[in-house]
Every structure is written in C-alpha cells, then in structure tokens.
Design a protein around this ligand. Structure first.
Ligand SMILES: *Cc1c(COP(=O)(O)O)cnc(C)c1O
Length: 262
C-alpha cells in the first residue's frame, strides 16, 4: 500500500539529498571535530559550515548558533540556562498555556526549584493577549518564552511585538520556533528575537539534532557538563553527520525563501 503522509508537524521525511550529504560523515569522514589532525579538522569544518548555513536561515551570526541534540534540548537550555544564571535578578518567567511540553515541563521543573511562572491564556484563535502580557510583567521577570507557531493549531504569535514588550521591560525574549523555521521566513535581527529554538526533524533532517540561537552578549548556564564543545556551552562530541544534515536542510529552506521573495 502506498503511504500518504500528512503530518509534517510531527516529523518530516528526510530528503534523499540530505542523506547523501550525511553518508561520508558516517563512514570515511569519521573524525572527532576536537582532534587537531586532518580528519578531525575536516569534521570541524563541516560543523562550522553548518553553523553558517543555520545562521543565514534566521539571519544571525554563526557564533550565535549552538548545536543541540533536539528541539527539546534547545528549549530546556534556553529556559533553565537563563533562569539559573539570572536567579539573583529575578525568579519570574512568562510563557503561554499552549507551548510544547519541552517548554511547559521545563517551566514546571523550574517551579519546583523556586521559580514562578505565569502561563498566559490564549483566545479562540490561539493568540496570546498583548495587554495581558504587559500586565503580567513584574520587576523580577527575567524571561518571556512564547512559541512562534503552534504545533497543533498553527497559530502564529506576534513575535515582533512580544519582543518589543520584553525589551521595554528589560526582559529576555525566547521563542520556540521549531514549527516556524523553514516554513516562515525568520529574521531574528529584524524581529528582535534574543533566543530561538529549532529542530532538525521538522525541517527534513533526521531526528536527534537541533540548534539554539542566542544573541551575542546574552549569557546562559550550560545544560550539559563535560568537554569544551560548542564554546563550552554544550558538552558531548558533536553529531557531525546530523549537523551536516541540518546544514543541507537549512540551505534548502533558504533557497526556497529566496525563490519566493523574488
Ligand atoms: C517538535 C517540537 C519540539 C521538540 O523538538 P524535538 O526535536 O522533537 O525534541 C519543540 N517544540 C515544538 C513546537 C515542536 O513542534
């Protein structure tokens, strides 16, 4: 029986050409990116090229991209990384009731550790109310995390307005853009986004790779202790083949947007 698949927000099929680009890094190009000899340097180069491609997809600097193991890890890192580093400044976080479990459960976890979270309601279209957002901001609010596009009903939040409200109140703005990246053209500079999560398997790369964008100058606590990978922010030998895959799907998404905007 032929399978017709209609659930690209659950996951996407990996593009054939993406698999082909991955192959060498699963076989002959097996170097550890931290090794200083040539096979290691080749792996490192592939990762840095990928960082550039992911960066250009959302219009940030390559050094603002941190590779992770999935969208959930990016969300966890953003929330806990900001919360734990800023706990002297404040312990209040604002999010919405319709976030992905990676955000909602991270918030619940933080509540167990003394943080306070406001979960904003949404209207019948799934949109948060900006006035309510403004009213829920407190002196000790350290982070606002609102998803870009919802994974079940597809609502797109007014992220630019949310970012500007956050910044007027000296608060960091993170967005879970796992469902938006590759579907909506995102410019983190124009939109004034401080942190953004994305995931490989929602954009035609495999499951098990993601990225977190963090605007230069914003400090966060690392989520994974160990080696010095990812500028000391995310330990663990890099998943080179999958990072190469996300490089290819970022390149493809970028191409798609360029054709549309012409
Ligand atoms: C899929 C998804 C995630 C989680 O990404 P994984 O790579 O599966 O961990 C997070 N947020 C949203 C909105 C998603 O759709």
């Amino acid at each position: 029986m032929e399978i017709r698949y209609f659930d690209n927000s659950a996951t996407t099929r990996i593009k054939e050409e993406v698999i082909n680009e991955m192959f060498p890094y699963l076989s002959v190009q097996y170097g550890n990116p931290s090794s200083i000899y040539s096979i290691g340097r080749a792996a490192k180069r592939a990762i840095e090229e990928a960082r550039g491609k992911v960066a250009s997809l959302i219009n940030c600097k390559p050094e603002e991209i941190y590779f992770t193991s999935c969208g959930s890890e990016s969300d966890n890192t953003a929330l806990k990384g900001i919360a734990y580093l800023n706990k002297q400044k404040g312990k209040h976080i604002i999010t919405s009731k319709i976030e992905h479990p990676a955000i909602l459960h991270s918030c619940q976890n933080l509540e167990k550790h003394g943080f306070e979270v406001t979960y904003l309601d949404v209207d019948k279209n799934g949109l948060i109310n900006l006035e309510k957002l403004k009213n829920s901001i407190r002196k000790d609010t350290i982070l606002i995390s609102i998803m870009f596009a919802n994974n079940e009903i597809g609502t797109i939040q007014p992220v630019e307005e949310i970012a500007s409200i956050a910044h007027k109140n000296n608060t960091i703005f993170h967005t879970d853009a796992v469902q938006a990246v590759g579907n909506i053209e995102i410019d983190v500079q124009k939109m004034n986004i401080d942190m953004l999560s994305l995931s490989g398997h929602k954009i035609y790369a495999p499951k098990g790779v993601g990225a977190l964008y963090v605007r230069k100058g914003i400090e966060f606590e690392r989520f994974m202790d160990g080696g010095h990978q990812e500028k000391n922010k995310r330990a663990g030998t890099e998943n080179v083949a999958e990072i190469v895959a996300i490089r290819e799907s970022s390149r493809n998404s970028r191409k798609k947007f360029k054709t549309i905007s012409k």
